[in-house]
Design a binder for this molecule. Structure first.
Ligand SMILES: [Zn+2]
Length: 266
């Protein structure tokens, strides 16, 4: 398999044209003609992930987050990002990103998140594309059986990889929960949409005090704020299975290294 073969499969599942205009997706470094045997999937293109790739002998790292989101005029090894690029190129490791094009895909980041926290039935986008009702940001679905906010939060915590911050809940723990919205990564911008979707709880990441407080005060759904990394990590498995089911014969591995920014809670 060449890098081109692998990219073809990834781009069929996560079309780059569906990425937000501000996003930076696709091949960051690597020669499309090179052979690929081992692919490491990770959320963040950070030093510890690059080391894991080198130790394992990966030829390609597929990450969710872009390395250079805002562009750059230098990849000199004088910055952490420049050092990472040098390390990868010196060892013939390619880096590829599927970010907002993976968020909005079907199945995408929020489908994997929804499954991880216990939604078993049909899922629909929380904010569908105007031209495609089956793709878009976030997912809405129902739990197989009604439960309470407290029980759902405990189940979600078990289904997601462990992080130092765990989950934070806003709302009455005894509140009945059946209909759930989730969105991997920062979900602030979807608060109003979650309220309009009449869900019982909205689980996402990176929620801030004022928007969250005002949301709950205004009678919106309960909120669960998880670690950003943890909400996107379940997607890695789903992306790896897409490679396998496409017939691409590569070895895959999902990095279990926690690269959430917050490393310790007290
Ligand atoms: Zn993210």
């Amino acid at each position: 398999m060449t890098l081109t073969d692998v990219i073809e499969v990834l781009e069929a599942a996560y079309p780059p044209a569906r990425a937000e205009s501000w996003d930076a997706v696709g091949l960051v470094c690597g020669d499309p003609a090179e052979r690929v045997h081992k692919v490491l999937f990770a959320v963040d293109p950070v030093a510890v992930v690059a080391e894991e790739a080198l130790d394992w002998g990966a030829d390609l790292i597929v990450t969710h987050h872009p390395l250079y989101l805002r562009g750059t005029t230098s990849v000199a090894a004088t910055t952490p990002k420049g050092r990472l690029i040098h390390r990868l190129i010196k060892h013939d490791v390619a880096l590829y990103t599927a970010h907002t094009n993976a968020d909005t895909a079907n199945p995408g980041v929020s489908d994997a998140l929804a499954r991880a926290v216990g939604l078993t039935g049909d899922l629909v986008p929380l904010q569908p594309f105007p031209d495609d009702p089956w793709r878009g940001l976030g997912r809405v679905g129902e739990l197989p059986e009604p439960t309470t906010l407290g029980e759902f939060a405990a189940r979600a915590a078990k289904g997601l990889p462990r992080t130092s911050g765990g989950l934070r809940v806003a709302g009455d723990l005894a509140r009945p929960v059946t209909r759930v919205a989730v969105s991997g990564g920062a979900g602030d911008s979807l608060l109003a949409t979650a309220k309009a979707a009449a869900v019982d709880v909205f689980l996402t990441a990176d929620l801030r005090h004022h928007p969250a407080s005002e949301f709950v005060e205004s009678g919106g759904p309960a909120l669960i704020d998880a670690a950003h990394w943890a909400t996107e990590w379940p997607w890695l498995d789903s992306a790896a299975s897409i490679l396998h089911s496409s017939g691409v014969t590569v070895e895959t591995r999902v990095s279990a290294t926690v690269t959430d920014a917050w490393t310790r809670g007290y």
